[in-house]
Each structure stands twice: as C-alpha cells, then as structure tokens.
Design a protein around this ligand. Sequence first.
Ligand SMILES: [Zn+2]
Ligand SMILES: [Zn+2]
Length: 312
Amino acid sequence: MTRPCTAVSPSLGHHAARIPIALPAADRRRLECRGRAGHTGVKRRPEQGSERLIPRGHKGGVSVRVTVIGCSGSFPGPDSPASSYLIEAEGYALVLDLGNGALGSLQRFRSLYEIDAVCISHLHADHCLDLCGYWVARTYRPNGPAPRIPVHGPEDTARRMAQAYDLDPEPGMSGAFDFRTLRRGPYEIGPFRVTTALMPHPVEAYAFRIEYGGRTLAYSGDTGASETLIELARDADLFLCEASFLEGPGLPPGLHLTGREAGEHAARAGAGRLVLTHLVPWNDADVSLKEARDSGYEGPIDLAEVGARYTL
Ligand SMILES: [Zn+2]
Ligand SMILES: [Zn+2]
C-alpha cells in the first residue's frame, strides 16, 4: 500500500470525509434554494478552497489536485451531474469525462477557458454529452472563439459528438476541439503521464492511470470486473472506482461494479485510498459504502461528492 492521499484532516475520520470539501455550508444552502428561487444573483467565481485540506505525508513540492465535478452514475442526480473530474498539476487542467450536467458544475472550480485538455472514457451520454455545451461556450464566446484544445476519446468521438449536436461531420466540432484517439500509452498529456486500458463494458470504454511527480490517480470509468483494472490501478494513491450496482442476484456481467467489487479491486491493486463514484441516484449510496467496507479493503473509503477535493 502506498502513501495515502489526503482529503480531510485525519481527525475527521472517514465519515466526515464525505462532506463536500470545497462547498461551504452557505454554498450548499444556495444550491438547495436555487430550484425554488431561480438563480441566486450571486456571481460565482471559480472556487479555490483547498484550504481545509491537510495533506498527510506530503512535504510540499509537486502535487496533483483532483476535484469531483460530477459523480452521479448513468444520469444526473439531485446533488450531482454525471461523471466529470478535474485533474490539476503545475497549473495545467485536465478534465476527465464531461457527462451531462457537468459543464455547469465545472465552472464553480475553474474557468471554462482555463481548461487545457479533455479526456473522454467512453461515448455513453453520462460521460461525454456536455462536450456539446462546451463546444458552444468555446466557439461563440463573445470576445472571440477560444483556442482549440485537445479532446482525447475513443475512436469516432468527433463524428459522434457532431451528430449529438446535429452538426455536419465536417467540420463538426473540430474548430473548438482537436480530437485525438485514445491510445494505450503511456503518453504525455500536459505534465501528466497517461496510460489507458480497455474495460469490459458494452461499448469501447477506457480506464485511466494518470501519473505526475510520483503521484498516481486511477479512474475506472465504467466497467465490469476486470483483472486489467487491478493492474492499471496498481499502487495508486487515489482510486476513483465506479460502484453502480448494489449486491444482489442476477447482476449482468461486463457492465458495472458493486461497492464490494470496487473494494476488492482496490485491495488487490494496493490502492492507497478508494473513492466510490458513478453512484446511481436510485441506489442508497450508504449501502455501496458498506459493501466496500465489508470487502476486505483496509484503506480509507469515501463516497464521491461534488466539490470533494483530493491532494495527492
Ligand atoms: Zn456511466
Ligand atoms: Zn457507460
């Protein structure tokens, strides 16, 4: 097991780690009121707030910051957009997945025009659909189009996204996005060393290993049980692993993981910290958490929440 990354003061314990770290109580209240009162009139600036984080075993120098932008599985939930994560190091910002609803949440943490690259794990809507809105935001910005940024995705991402917005395939979204087909790697995206692996899922779907300065993030994307995922997540400081299913009879193979399976994958990988994500709104997330805790994995386990921020 490697050095754990740290999300909160150790004294808060695991349960407290579920508090959305970068979302102060006042902001939570504003969000709760928003549905009733429309927008709050408060001009939001990207939130900075990692001040409450106290990295353990980290003596300064290089670090990777991981922010949960959206963690709802399969479709947005009342408290979260679909999948999206912001990965930052050396001022470089990589967005990992941009599922439906994530574009709004992202703006709370970083300007849309200070994103350097996007990676898309697969072309299910809950992982890629907000590229549509992002194309509009970059293409029709009032003070001129934003520069193209690379979008790394599965084969055919450019055509599929053009189709999603009802654009001609040529040029499609290529004025805003420099589409590149994901490779196994490892290869460089900004300061990050990125390795991908194909996962069992009904469509071409990738998991990621993202390394920087000796720190490692692993992200499962959507996947069924996979030995390859265990290898990809080997000794990761932080393992963002999907837990879409609850334990029960008749679960389809090659689709998603349960909390127990996520815990077992994390244990076998030797991951330092497990964050359960892709939590489907119709499930009780606390059951997923219990399954993971009962799996034999002995490291800290959190449920992903919007605004939770981890410094590796
Ligand atoms: Zn999904
Ligand atoms: Zn999927």
